[in-house]
Each structure stands twice: as C-alpha cells, then as structure tokens.
Design a protein around this ligand. Structure first.
Ligand code: SF4
Length: 328
C-alpha cells in the first residue's frame, strides 16, 4: 500500500530506554510505520553539545537501537541510523547557518535554558543546535515530523530556515516540514515530581528485570495526603493511578479508583498490582530484546544498512543544494 509521506524523527543516544521514552516516542514510532515511510535517527552529534564525556556514547547508541528494534521498529521498512554516519548533514548545517541570524538562535527559550543549565559550556554547537536539527529533517526531505506541542517552536524555526534558504538562493529545493502533533502523555517519574528522566534517576527502565521493576514501582510516590493505610486516598493526584490507567484493565482501574477513596486498598497492594501488569505488558518486549541481544552484530548491521539508505537520499539532496547555492 502506498504510504502517505515521509516522517523523520531523531532522538539522542540515551542508552536503555525508560517508560517515559516508551509512552512518549517509541510507541508512536512503531505506529507511524503503518502509514508513512519512516526515518529514525540516533542523533549522536546533537549529544555532543551537552555531553561531558563520550565514553558511553557507543554503548548508549547500541542499547537505544536495541530497544527500538525490540519494541517493533522494522528496519527492513524504516530507516534506522546514526546521525554521524551520514556526514552530509554537517555540510547542510553549515550552509543553513549562513541564512540564520545569530540573534534568532540566542533568543530561543531552549538555548537560554541550556545556557543556564551548563554555564561553563555554552559552546558554538549548542547555539547552532536548531540549525543542525533543521538540517537533519530537510536533508531527507521529510514531509512530517512528529512533535509534542512543546516542541512546536523548533519546527517553526526549521520551516522559517527553509524559507530563508529557498528565498536566498531562489530555489524550491528544500521542503518545509509539517508538524505532526502527537498527544504525548507527560510521564512523571517515580519521585512523583518531575518528568521521567534517566538523568534524574526517577525512571523505570523497559529492559529492567521484573524484580528490578517491582522495586522501582514500590518506590513510587503516591498521594502525599495518604499517610496511613486507613486514610482514604485521592487517585486523581497519584502517579500510580495514572499508570494503572495505561497498563491495567478497566475493571482494575475502576476498582483502584473506588477502593483507594475509601481506604479499601493500600498503596503497597496497589503498587504490586501495577508492577505485575507492567511486567506482563513488557514481557514480549523483553523477550525480543533478549533474543536480539544474542547477536549484537545484527544491531550494528541494521544501523550500517540504515546509514547506507539514508546516505543515498542525503547525497541526492546535497547535489541539488550545492547547485542551488551555485557552488563551483
Ligand atoms: Fe495511589 Fe493506589 Fe495508593 Fe491510591 S491506593 S494513593 S491510587 S498508590
């Protein structure tokens, strides 16, 4: 069946993926394959703008690719590759940077935020990050980029950069990508406070063992007003209940919703039930991951093949770009 267009999405090599990655991106990646030609890129060059050390970069790239394959990204259909394996993106980044006013980059809220987070390392690459991101997308002539609402300004930046380039060189060679806004659930970490993230160590790894998963779930912060087992709770403010709504059956959700409010179920039992359902849900993923990991070469071969296919698209675009600019 003919696909509706080409999707591009990139993610930094953060190693083993967690529940937040799973609900926020990975499931969507898998679903998009039904209707679109998908290009999924592990953006290792972007990671260099913030990484203090690259010691884990290779292993993190491998682990992430392994999780993507185990979750159901089909490499025979979709292109899965590593950003630095297709160096044309660096070239396009340079050309796009010539049509990007510096002030526009330093005004972006994400740049200001990063500069606050790492004042000792406000590097040139960090400022130009959105330009490289634009190059990632337009190099592959992607029609659509799946984004959460909070990332919309980045895509708008990419669209403006394409217009600037096309206007400057009087060409139509680059395509303005469209946003495919996805309803990304905000997955709160086990601390009950902040977005789930590996760096905050408030995450639940997909590839964890059932026992490790249970331990993490038991650490989850619940309704802070429910001090004693006999206190009625409020599931509406409890992260465990939010997770039940995703991973438990409608009957179980209803039971927790009712019993929590009248102290009919304790938080320990409620968490045990969630952990059990989560482990059950992740079992096929974990089994597939285990199977693939028996042959690490398979993962690297997928990435190599992906880079080869991505390079063909990239070079075709660059031929047009160089010509449009008038490079001798
Ligand atoms: Fe949360 Fe469940 Fe405890 Fe209610 S019983 S506060 S939903 S963990």
């Amino acid at each position: 069946m003919a696909k509706k267009g080409r999707v591009f999405s990139g993610a930094r090599p953060t190693g083993r993926q967690h529940l937040g990655n799973y609900l926020g991106a990975m499931l969507n990646y898998v679903a998009l394959q039904e209707d679109y030609d998908c290009i999924y890129c592990i953006v290792d060059v972007h990671a260099l703008t913030t990484l203090e050390t690259t010691l884990d970069l290779r292993q993190n790239t491998y682990e992430m690719a392994l999780d993507w394959l185990a979750v159901g990204i089909r490499p025979e259909e979709s292109i899965v590759f590593v950003q630095s394996h297709v160096p044309q993106v660096m070239e396009l980044h340079t050309y796009l940077s010539m049509v990007t006013p510096l002030g526009k980059l330093t005004d972006l809220p994400t740049f200001k935020e990063k500069a606050r987070e790492q004042p000792h390392n406000v590097n040139y690459g960090l400022v130009g990050y959105p330009v490289l991101m634009t190059a990632d997308i337009v190099l592959y002539k992607a029609d659509l980029v799946p984004v959460g609402v909070d990332q919309a300004p980045h895509l708008e930046f990419a669209r403006e950069t394409v217009r600037s380039f096309n206007h400057r060189y009087n060409t139509q060679v680059l395509i303005e990508p469209q946003m495919k806004v996805t309803q990304v659930p905000k997955v709160i970490g086990i601390d009950g406070q902040q977005k789930m993230s590996k760096s905050l160590n408030n995450h639940i790894e997909l590839a964890a063992t059932p026992e490790e998963t249970r331990q993490r779930v038991m650490q989850m912060v619940t309704d802070p007003q429910r001090i004693r087992r006999s206190d009625p709770g409020n599931p509406d403010v409890c992260n465990v209940f939010s997770m039940h709504k995703i991973f438990s059956s409608p009957e179980q959700v209803e039971m927790v919703n009712t019993e929590c409010r009248r102290a009919g179920i304790g938080c320990v039992d409620c968490k045990k039930l969630f952990a059990e359902n989560l482990n059950h849900h992740l079992q096929p993923f974990r089994q597939r991951r285990e199977e693939i990991s028996q042959n690490p070469d398979f993962v690297w071969d997928v990435l190599k093949d992906g880079a080869k296919r991505a390079s063909q698209i990239a070079e075709a675009t660059m031929v047009e770009v160089r010509q449009a600019i008038g490079l001798p």
